[in-house]
Each structure stands twice: as structure tokens, then as C-alpha cells.
Ligand binder design. Structure first.
Ligand code: ADP
Length: 233
């Protein structure tokens, strides 16, 4: 199982940001982590990617416990952080080289060519990142997250702020990537999840309040917006 989350808790002062969350993700799943603002999505994602430590519970990525081998986990996970922090003054190709170096990738040149193709940024590779549209900046962020060919891809709000065309393109890119990886993405855009995800996990006030496959939602004719509202109101 690529991702196993077991009884994760994280408290800030009196606030339980993540309150006893457990779930497992299989290979090939694209799972949408949904919840209103403040539900605990970003905190959970930062714990899964090893950027902050949980107070209790375990995250097992590809059989490795994040608490025991924090660096090894980084090889297994590709992570696109919220707001996609990039070095805007770098050229696209220069940035990807820099990220590849941080992972000590041996077949660096081939990997860079591969991710550039995969994310559709061939025509932008010699531009500075600042010059790119938001959609293309997202692609560069996704290319960087894929550079070390991780088994698991974690995307925090990957489509926020995109225009309708960019949205369609990034969705189809994520769907393609999800064919042979495990993808966990957070979003608060309801209309999005059935277009990208195979399953949704809804969290509210730090707890899981819903976990269903999109197939089940479609078979039961559940209206996603009403379902979400009934779980998080
Ligand atoms: P979401 O990503 O779903 O919007 P967050 O994980 O950012 O939610 O936040 C969950 C809760 O934890 C919120 O109430 C937020 O105010 C609180 N929180 C998040 N990070 C911190 C922090 N560094 N210090 C104190 N409280 C925090």
C-alpha cells in the first residue's frame, strides 16, 4: 500500500488541527482531500510529506515510516506545495536542473527531458518562470515534483486560481500522472473532484467525515455539493 495513515493527531494550542485521522491509498488511486477552510487539509499534507511532525500516529509511505526515515520518504514523494513556491528569476530548465541536483539524480538529463515532455512545457523551457502564466507555473511545479519519479504525488490545491482552460489542462495532466502513481490532492473546489478523482475523503474540524469512491457517488446519484454541505455544515 503506497500510503498508510494511522491515527494522526496534531494540536496547535487548544486547536486540534488533525484529530485521529486514518486512511490508506492504493496504487493508481487519485484521491481528493476535501474540506472547508481550516478543516486541517494543509496540516495533514505537511505531516504526510514530512514537513511538520505529528503529535501522535504514524505515516507509512511505501513501507517506510516518516518518523524513522524522513529523508528516504522524500525520494518516494513528489510534493507540490500550496501556492507553488518557485524561484521566479530562474529559467525553467535551470530550475529543473537545480531541483534534480537536490535529489542527486543520476540520469538527470533524461529525467528533465521526460518531465518537460510529460507536463507539456517544451516551448517554455528557456523562459524565466516569472514570464509564465499561472497554468504554466503549475506545470513547472508539477514537473519539479515528478523529477525523481516518485511513487506518490501530493498536490496541495493544485488548481486554485487557474482560468477555465488551464483548469482543464492541469486536470488532464494530473489524471494522466495518476495512471501509474498514487495521487493525493487537496481542493475546496467541489466541481473538480469528480473530474479528476477516483475517491474523495472529506475532512471537517480535523476529522474524517466522509470517504467514498466517485463511482459510488455516481451510482447513488449523490449531488456532490449537497453531500459536502451535509458533512461539513
Ligand atoms: P486547511 O488547509 O483545511 O484550510 P489548515 O490545516 O491550514 O486547514 O488549518 C487547520 C487548523 O489549524 C486551522 O484552525 C488553523 O488555524 C490551525 N493552524 C494551522 N497551522 C497552524 C499553526 N502553524 N499555528 C497555529 N494554528 C495553526
Amino acid at each position: 500500500m503506497p500510503i498508510k495513515i494511522k491515527q494522526i493527531c496534531k494540536v496547535y494550542g487548544l486547536q486540534k488541527a488533525v484529530d485521529n485521522i486514518s486512511f490508506e491509498l492504493k496504487k493508481g488511486e487519485i484521491v481528493g482531500l476535501l474540506g472547508p477552510n481550516g478543516a486541517g487539509k494543509s496540516t495533514l499534507i505537511k505531516i504526510i510529506t514530512g514537513y511538520i511532525k505529528q503529535d501522535s500516529g504514524n505515516v507509512i509511505i511505501c513501507d517506510i515510516n516518516t518518523l524513522e526515515e524522513n529523508l528516504k520518504i522524500k525520494e518516494k514523494i513528489g510534493y507540490l506545495a500550496e501556492n507553488n513556491p518557485l524561484y521566479l528569476d530562474m529559467f525553467v530548465i535551470e530550475y529543473l536542473n537545480f531541483i534534480a541536483d537536490t535529489y542527486h539524480i543520476r540520469n538527470k538529463k533524461t529525467r528533465i527531458i521526460d518531465v518537460i515532455k510529460q507536463t507539456g512545457i517544451t516551448n517554455e523551457k528557456r523562459k524565466t518562470i516569472r514570464m509564465l502564466s499561472k497554468g504554466y507555473k503549475q506545470r513547472v511545479g508539477i514537473a519539479a515534483a515528478l523529477i525523481h519519479n516518485p511513487e506518490v504525488l501530493i498536490l496541495d490545491e493544485p488548481t486554485s486560481g487557474l482560468d477555465p482552460n488551464q483548469l482543464l489542462e492541469i486536470r488532464s495532466l494530473i489524471k494522466n500522472i495518476g495512471k501509474n502513481k498514487t495521487v493525493l490532492l487537496s481542493t475546496h473546489i467541489m466541481q473538480e473532484v469528480d473530474k479528476i478523482c477516483s475517491r474523495i475523503i472529506v475532512i471537517n474540524k480535523g476529522k474524517i467525515v466522509g470517504d467514498r469512491s466517485i463511482k459510488n457517488i455516481q451510482e447513488k446519484n449523490i449531488n456532490l455539493e449537497e453531500y459536502f454541505y451535509s458533512l461539513t455544515k
